[in-house]
Ligand binder design. Structure first.
Ligand code: KG4
Ligand code: ZN
Length: 335
């Protein structure tokens, strides 16, 4: 059996996890520096990098001991680490740590694409899932529809041409004075609001499977300036409904074009209540398996990195020790 230690430090989460080749998660530890960033309305790269440096050793030790391993000589076969995309200073902390552990324990290490990690998250909760799967990957930095033929074999069908879905949530929340991160706050507010109180444009009605959230974000800001009496909960509900509507429409369009056995959500926005309900309904209508990972597997964690690392290690072998960080590494480049 192959056992991998995963390390994730691409943004504000410092995470480590131990996963085996049956995709069983033996431990998963996540610490976040988000409290340090709230006041700035977004992640401050230098603060994030320093926080990783401060926390990484303790997080790795906890992941090893929670998996029942000896931290000095753990029985693991490889270290998998996010090498991009992400904040360069943050990525370098994880990469340096992974290289150090690999040298100390005399085992290989493998660089992992963070977005491919997100694609593996649904698999951690259902290793027996049927393939192919259409995955809607929606996070703070990326949004894409991905045809996932089998673990590790995937193709980007469409992606955002401007903002990511989570980025739009965060920017709208900031403008409305709701704090950071915006997704969870808007989601909660929206549940008590009336979406028909504000009319918003429908974006990306064309034939491509690309997405766009920048126009919608601007439209919400303009509309709430123009109609200041509309309640905040109604603004949130109108915005949330427009985001979910676009994402679900593009998913439906992709399902008309490609034959799949299931649909999956991945990334932080996969925690969204409207999106989860819409995706479950769509899967039922089409007779497909529906994979909605738990909140812990939607947001950044190291178990998904270990899972993707297992695949990469077994198929491509270890990475060279010179491997650097790739801050703008897209999923299309990988597939
Ligand atoms: O995947 P993630 O943890 O980090 C990135 O790789 O970007 O995603 C974070 C994003 C943030 O933009 C946050 O506002 C959004 O996920 N988010 C949500 C919800 N929970 C988190 N967006 C909408 N509804 C939610 N419930
Ligand atoms: Zn992420």
């Amino acid at each position: 059996m192959t056992v991998v230690l995963g390390i994730e430090t691409s943004c504000d989460e410092t995470a480590a996890a131990v996963v085996d080749d049956r995709f069983a998660v033996r431990s998963s530890v996540v610490e976040s520096s988000i409290d340090q960033h709230r006041a700035f309305g977004g992640v401050v790269p230098e603060l994030a990098g320093r926080a990783h440096l401060h926390t990484i050793s303790e997080v790795v030790l906890r992941a090893l001991s929670e998996a029942g391993l000896d931290p000095l000589a753990p029985q693991i076969d490889a270290v998998a680490v996010t090498s991009g995309p992400g904040l360069v200073g943050s990525l370098l902390v994880g990469l340096s740590a992974a290289k150090g552990y690999a040298l100390a324990w005399d085992i290989p290490f493998v660089g992992v694409n963070h977005l491919e990690g997100h694609l593996f998250a649904p698999l951690l909760e259902n290793p027996e899932m049927k393939w192919p799967v259409l995955t809607l990957l929606v996070s703070g930095g990326h949004s894409a529809l991905v045809l996932h033929e089998s673990p590790g074999v995937h193709r980007v069908l469409g992606e955002t041409i401007d903002d990511a879905a989570g980025e739009a949530y965060d920017k709208v929340a900031r403008w409305l004075g709701l704090g950071y991160p915006g997704g969870p706050v808007i989601d909660k507010l929206a549940q008590g609001g009336d979406r028909s109180a504000l009319k918003l444009p429908v974006s990306m009605t064309g034939a491509t499977l690309d997405l766009s959230f920048s126009g919608l974000k601007t439209a919400v800001v303009r509309a709430s300036e123009k109609f200041p009496d509309v309640a905040l909960a109604d603004v949130a509900a109108a915005f949330q409904s427009a985001v979910a509507e676009q994402l679900l429409r593009k998913t439906r369009q992709a399902l008309d074009e490609y034959d799949v056995a299931g649909v999956a959500l991945a990334g932080g926005v996969a925690a969204n209540s409207a999106l989860r309900a819409g995706m479950a309904e769509l899967a039922e209508q089409r007779g497909l398996e529906c994979h909605l990972p738990s909140f812990a597997n939607c947001t950044d964690n190291a178990a998904m990195i270990a899972a993707a690392g297992l695949y990469r290690f077994m198929h491509d072998g270890p990475s060279a020790h010179e491997l650097g960080a790739t801050p703008n590494w897209s999923l299309s480049q990988l597939s």
